[in-house]
Design a protein around this ligand. Structure first.
Ligand code: 26Q
Length: 796
């Protein structure tokens, strides 16, 4: 028997070249003389895909044979980015592919970079889902991801006069090389109509059509499936309208149905088409559950064994309708008594919470809900009644007059509820789910997030990866905690200089790319200080830019002092309707323009805001970073995962005691982490102090001067009041305590400056971050879910 691993290791440059040419000819229909970069990229992708498919089939077969428990990860978002390089790296074909392409007269990186970045997610939650799929495959756990095949992923961001402009994202305009359409896997999904006699007559319906993408794990030993649903009309086309000459009307059913999988909602802070969002949620959840039950019945039959063989994880409340939908399928469609159906559903479901921000906890008006999902509203009422009957003194409600609360619904319908970092989980217990936690003290567990080392170290930082492999062999790739074996090398001058050289070369590559793409020249000797993440007040990009302004003023006041040259790099998108966040972007761009043009500070401070942050840009930036900005208001960032990627790649963190920063600092050592700011408890106390912002400004002349420069139009002479509202916010309500944390942030930044001037000391600290970050592998996180939530085990 030839397994996938044997296949990939016996696949030589020769074979690779032949496979590429084969697909160029017979799949793309081009000859080498007329092929475009796109053609070559597709040909290579098909060649790699062929290598994945054998292992994929083998995995499916082994899962059936083992009769093992299956994990289903339901998520509105999968931020998978590019898949070609990932596939090449995991199958260990990258060198062969590069050699083959070079022999064909091509630039391998140009071919690999031709792939669009699949941005089917907003940020951390979606990227976590993608890392989890990869880890599930690397560990050999039978699993499926279920989501939506958005035609348009997260918008493309560009800047016009420093302002964010959103453009449609069009990743599916080209053929998606990795997916397989599954015409046999289609489900009819109903909406509206009437609920009666424990049943439902929907008034309308759409078809959910499956598209499968194999997700291959490390060394190609296992591959799982990401199944994404596209919405299609029940009747493709209204022939009667067409024959009457109403061509637009004839196409309407199709257009209406397709709307459901048309676009990814950009975050929670926009004024959205609420009805369409709820339709999306039900659409993909119902299709996924129908598919899960079909597979279960084929394999096992007796629905009462569902929790034994199936674990379904809800990625936040977005698929929370899975609770009532599963009860509906078990009770209404299969005659299982209501209470038993509820227990079976609960034993099958787990719920992950990713936020404590009240505005991000989903609530639906029961008017809308009842109109779209009348039977589900009845079921939710019965779930609510059952909860109140069991706990008569509980004041927790799932239904309130006029609203359905998805957080509470998810909690009572899941046997485990988890937070994503130790601090976040504790705050869940003491705040949003305090009372439910008292009723169910064993239900809430913590599963601290992690990131896949294949993409976030091996693939994106080959220089550092090779250095590690040289010293400890390559087993670390599948077992990241082995990085601790490098601990003894951190005292070794040879290792440290090689470590520093890898970072320097990564920075030079990034600088060259930024110069080529954006025309900004950066000196790689400067400290690369990087904040890349969604724009949000709680993430406090405005704290960072205020510090930059204060630093600029300080350098101008004493240009000959011994400053540590640094470039502040920002990237991130703001929700289109989140005007304050968009104004922060514009402010950063305005400040950059003034500061970068100042001859006095030119070689000491630069500010760059790179447009259109995505997974691919993160892969470029993180290996080249010296300093990682993780500066959220304590208690607000559930975990963060970028923070882990930076630490792993040897950037030092300047950060607050928030989310997983706490655990990162514990592991890398407090002497290798720049801590500042109030704790979560102090934040709560500080807000109660009258005029807290004004008081902070009054005692810090640097902060006052920085705010004054923003206020007086120093960065926007043509419209001096442009940022008055930002200054007003930071001087008054300042909910996120930017002003109150500024002084300590400045202090920590100056410690960063001093530390960076000691190049050897800095490298040692950076290396310690790498060596001690092994715990932040998503393999470890997945093992935690398997043990604490899913009761699932690997099959290999
Ligand atoms: C909700 C309703 C309507 C439209 C959109 C949404 C919506 C969409 C996306 C709500 C939330 C999100 C995304 C949340 C998110 O990314 N949270 C992050 O999850 C990471 C993984 O756990 C954490 O590391 C981050 O701390 C957390 O902010």
């Amino acid at each position: 028997k030839v397994d996938a691993m044997t296949v990939s290791t016996t696949f030589t440059t020769q074979d690779m070249r032949a496979a590429i040419l084969h697909h160029l000819t017979y799949t793309m229909g081009k000859d080498a003389d007329h092929a475009t970069t796109y053609d070559w990229r597709m040909a290579l992708s098909f060649a790699v895909r062929d290598r994945i498919v054998d292992g994929w089939f083998a995995s499916t077969r082994k899962s059936y044979e083992a009769g093992a428990k299956r994990v289903y990860y339901l998520s509105m978002e999968f931020l998978i980015g590019r898949l070609l390089q990932d596939g090449l790296v995991n199958l260990r074909l990258l060198d062969d592919a590069c050699e083959a392409l070079t022999a064909l007269g091509l630039d391998p990186w140009q071919v690999i970079s031709n792939e669009p970045d699949a941005a089917l997610g907003n940020g951390g939650l979606g990227r976590l889902a993608a890392c989890f799929l990869e880890s599930l495959s690397s560990l050999g756990v039978p699993a499926h991801g279920y989501g939506i095949r958005y035609e348009h992923g997260l918008f493309r961001q560009s800047f016009v006069d420093g302002r964010q402009v959103e453009l449609p994202e069009t990743w599916l305009q080209q053929h998606h090389a990795w997916e397989f359409e599954r015409p046999e896997a289609r489900y009819r999904i109903g909406f509206g109509g009437d609920a009666r006699d424990a049943g439902w007559d929907p008034a309308e319906a759409v078809i959910a059509a499956a598209y499968d993408t194999p997700i291959v794990g490390w060394q190609g030993r296992w591959a799982n499936t990401l199944r994404l649903w596209a919405a299609k009309p029940v009747e493709a086309f209204d022939l009667d309208s067409f024959n009457r000459g109403d061509f637009v009307g004839a196409a309407t059913p199709e257009a209406m149905a397709r709307t459901i999988s048309r676009v990814l909602y950009p975050d929670d802070t926009t004024e959205i088409g609420k009805e369409l969002r709820l339709k999306q949620e039900y659409f993909f959840t119902a299709a996924s559950l129908a598919d899960i039950l079909r597979r279960f019945e084929m394999e096992h039959g007796d629905l009462r064994k569902l929790p034994e063989k199936v674990a379904i994880q809800l990625n936040d409340t977005h698929p929370a309708i899975a609770g009532p939908e599963l009860v509906r399928l078990l009770h209404d469609d299969n005659g299982i008594p209501f209470d038993e159906a509820m227990d079976l559903a609960r034993s099958t479901l787990g719920y992950t919470n990713h936020t404590l921000l009240p505005e991000a906890l989903e609530r639906w008006s029961d008017h809308l809900f009842g109109r779209l999902l009348p039977r589900h509203l009845e079921i939710i009422d019965r779930i609510d009644q059952a909860h109140r009957a069991t706990y008569p003194s509980s004041s927790v409600t799932i239904r309130e007059p006029g609203v359905v609360k998805m957080g509470e619904l998810s909690f009572v319908m899941a046997h485990r509820v988890n937070g994503v970092s130790a601090l976040h989980t504790e705050l869940m217990k003491s705040t949003v789910f305090k009372e439910l936690n008292a009723l169910h003290p064993d239900r809430i567990v913590n599963e601290t997030n992690g990131v896949t080392p294949r993409r976030w170290l091996l693939s994106s930082n080959p220089r550092l990866a090779s250095l590690i492999t040289e010293r400890i062999g390559e087993d670390w790739v599948g077992d990241l905690e082995q990085l601790s074996r490098l601990e003894e090398h951190v005292g070794d001058a040879g290792f440290l200089s090689a470590y520093a050289e890898a970072k320097r070369a990564n920075k030079a590559d990034l600088a060259a790319w930024i110069e080529a793409e954006h025309g900004i020249a950066l000196d790689p000797a400067m400290m690369f200080d990087v904040q890349i993440k969604r724009l949000h007040e709680y993430k406090r990009q405005h704290l960072n830019i205020l510090e930059a302004i204060a630093l600029w003023q300080a350098i101008r006041a004493a240009p000959d002092a011994d400053w540590t040259p640094r470039v502040k790099i920002f990237a991130g998108k703001a929700a289109p309707g989140y005007h304050f966040a968009k104004d922060i972007i514009r402010l950063i761009n305005d400040v950059a323009e003034v500061v970068n043009a100042d001859p006095v500070t030119r070689d000491k401070l630069k500010i760059v805001f790179l447009p259109n942050y995505n997974v691919t840009l993160a892969e470029r930036l993180i290996p080249a970073s010296d300093l990682s900005e993780q500066i959220s208001t304590a208690g607000k960032e559930a975990s963060g995962t970028g923070n882990m990627k930076f630490a792993l790649n040897g950037a030092l963190t300047i950060g607050t005691l928030d989310g997983a920063n706490v655990e990162i600092r514990e592991r890398v050592g407090e002497e290798n982490f720049f801590l500042f700011g109030m704790t979560a408890d102090e934040v709560v106390a500080r807000r109660k102090i009258k005029d807290h912002a004004a008081k902070a400004i009054a005692v810090d002349p640097r902060l006052a001067a920085a705010l004054a420069a923003v206020r007086d139009g120093t960065f926007c002479a043509e419209e001096p009041d442009r940022y008055a509202h930002i200054v007003q916010n930071l001087s008054g309500p300042d909910y996120f305590l930017v002003s109150s944390d500024f002084t300590d942030y400045w202090r920590a930044q100056r410690e960063v400056d001093a530390a960076y001037r000691d190049a050897d000391g800095w490298t040692r600290m950076a290396a310690r971050n790498t060596v001690r970050s092994g715990w932040f592998s998503s393999d470890r996180t997945i093992r935690g879910y398997m043990a604490d939530v899913w009761g699932a085990e690997p099959v290999i």
